[in-house]
Design a protein around this ligand. Structure first.
Ligand code: ADP
Ligand code: MG
Length: 569
């Protein structure tokens, strides 16, 4: 346990570190936000644990995050008295990457390499917060002691392939992260300057719920009787002296508890980054305060970019639950449905019991009401976005939102207003169902769609020939989830949704005569293909092509069949 061990970083971590170290950051300051956010998380965890195990706090009950700078040594230290880590936890948490996402991460890393300019933004999506210390530090040391343990451990690395782990001395629980700063370049902030640190904390971490303090030098007036005076009574050596005092850097104001008018866009954005670990600004936010029977306040955000693990089942959800500004839990799945899992934010419900468990939450009427309420508000927010922002949203999260049509019957109509598709006539633009219906031809009664893997394939499908000839617009559905959409959404605005590739299109062009003429021929073809096809019929789909394969009205679409085969179904 005591010996000093040297370990190699996992390949993907080292790749990431190289990126961090070699990228040009437009804003290096954010490393401090990441370290403070880790410290704050660590205190959250300890406080949560102390609810069932009050002993664990000992007499160290004032939670605090301390920053210390040393200009001579060029170090900056962030300390917390949070939960700390055992040696095993250090090995597990520092030196690896979000265990669930390694493969996806590597894929994204390739993308980063291709478009290096975007690296900082992309990196921000992987929860690599701790490693951002290497943006400004040539060496990072972490000394930590887990709550309830009497041994500490020191982790240290220069980000050059290896790190060491050894036993250490630390009198109290918690974690110190010590950065040995790189030599300052012309354009850099000097992170050993008090005012620099103060400004960054105020800008990025003001709302952190724990005291963030720094020891600073102040000029203090020397009391009259302690002043040394000459024989004429004039003070010698000045009337002030330097003292070191602990200064609080943050206001700790819960931003969601403020009035909307008192919060600037920049503050909203900073809070989002704090919550989400995303380095990009959010696309939109929703700030509600509801009073009455269901009392709560909420500050929710729609990210501008989908995280790489949006479709991983074990992925954390983005809602934190508070009660009167006291953190209760994160990843609160009870507050928004699965299909809104990309929403980040905070919900504060003053009437909730502080010690609620997840099991109880599921049954809780208040929680159910809040959820119902929030879903409507989020869907309204999305509906109110201008087209450009909505399209950005839809590119990123459309496939997830569409899951709602299948799972949230109560909001089906709202969701139907929000979904959109490219069509045979829209070229690169998305069309909402409302606009599709408004543009229907006078003799058109149904909404046509076709599902498949990609737009080009669908555009050229022989199934669409007859519809194109009549200038009927067809929705082109290329998301796997669309197969479920059309099963749940069978009608919109009184018009049936109809597959362009299945059954009879009933476009009313003398199909009957055609059938008579061709009956004999069809009989012969059918006898040849007997074991492969159900029937041979005149098609209402075709114009130029001679024949195509087609499903019965109630059959699966060709794409659905393919999807099921691919998933082993
Ligand atoms: P994230 O915060 O998104 O989990 P980080 O890279 O910032 O990712 O941190 C990785 C992990 O290291 C954290 O999840 C936590 O377990 C651990 N950790 C980092 N800083 C601290 C700290 N100050 N106290 C306790 N644990 C920490
Ligand atoms: Mg972090």
């Amino acid at each position: 346990q005591a010996g000093k061990e040297t370990h190699q970083f996992k390949t993907e971590v080292q790749q990431l570190l190289n990126l961090i170290i070699n990228s040009l950051y437009s804003n290096k300051d954010i490393f401090l936000r990441e370290l403070i956010s880790n410290a704050s998380d660590a205190v959250d965890k300890l406080r949560f644990r102390s609810q069932t195990d009050p002993e664990i706090l000992g007499d160290d009950t004032e939670f605090k995050i301390r920053i210390a700078v040393d200009p001579e040594a060029r170090t900056l230290t962030v300390s917390d008295n949070g939960i700390g880590m055992t040696r095993e936890e250090v090995m597990d948490n520092i030196g690896t990457i979000a265990k669930s996402g390694t493969a996806a991460f590597l894929e994204a890393l390739d993308k980063v390499r291709e478009q290096n300019a975007l690296a900082p933004e992309l990196i921000g999506q992987f929860g690599v917060g701790f490693y951002s210390a290497f943006i400004v530090a040539e060496q990072v040391t972490l000394i930590t002691r887990a709550a309830g343990s009497d041994t500490a451990v020191r982790w240290t690395s220069r980000g050059d392939g290896a790190f060491t782990v050894e036993a250490a001395e630390k009198p109290e629980r918690g974690t110190d992260v010590i950065l040995k700063l790189k030599p300052k370049e012309e354009s850099d902030n000097d992170y050993t300057e008090e005012w620099v640190v103060r400004d960054i904390v105020r800008k990025h971490s003001d709302f952190v719920a724990y005291l963030i303090t720094m020891m600073v030098e102040r000029d203090e007036p020397i009391p009259e009787q302690e002043q040394i005076k000459d024989k004429d009574g004039k003070p010698i050596g000045g009337t002030t002296r330097k003292v070191r005092v602990e200064e609080t850097l943050n206001s700790m104001k819960a931003i969601w508890a403020k009035n909307k008018n008192d919060v600037s866009t920049e503050e909203y954005n900073e809070f989002y980054k704090h919550l989400s670990h995303d380095w990009n600004d959010p696309l939109a936010h929703l700030h509600v305060k509801l009073e009455g029977v269901t009392e709560y306040s909420a500050l929710l955000y729609v990210p501008a970019k989908a995280p790489f693990d949006l479709f991983f089942p074990e992925r954390k959800h983005g809602i934190q639950l508070y009660c009167k500004r006291v953190f209760i839990m994160d990843d609160c799945r009870e507050l928004v449905p699965e299909y809104l899992r990309f929403i980040k934010g905070v919900v504060d419900a003053p009437d909730l019991n502080l010690n609620v468990s997840r099991e109880i939450l599921q049954q809780d009427r208040l929680v159910r009401n809040i959820r119902k309420n929030l879903v409507k508000k989020v869907l309204d927010l999305l509906k109110g976005l201008d087209d450009t922002r909505y399209d950005t949203f839809y590119q990123e999260f459309g496939p997830v939102l569409k899951e709602g049509l299948h799972s949230d019957w109560e909001n089906k109509d709202r969701l139907a207003e929000l979904i959109q598709f490219k069509t045979t006539r829209s070229q690169d633009k998305f069309v909402r169902l409302k606009d599709y219906v408004a543009n229907m031809k006078p003799d058109q009664e149904e909404i046509y769609y076709i599902t498949g893997e990609n737009l080009t394939m669908l555009m050229n499908s022989p199934h669409l020939e007859a519809l194109k000839a009549k200038e009927f617009e067809v929705l082109l559905m290329t998301d796997p989830v669309d197969e479920w959409v059309v099963q749940s959404l069978t009608e919109y605005d009184g018009k049936k949704l109809k597959s362009a590739e299945k059954g009879d299109l009933k476009l009313g062009e003398g199909d009957d005569e055609k059938t008579d003429v061709f009956n004999a021929l069809f009989g012969r073809i059918k006898s040849h293909l007997a074991s492969h096809v159900k029937d041979v019929r005149a098609s209402s789909h075709l114009k130029a092509s001679v024949a195509c394969l087609s499903g019965d009205a109630q059959d699966m679409s060709a794409y659905m069949e393919k999807l099921l085969k691919a998933s082993g179904g």
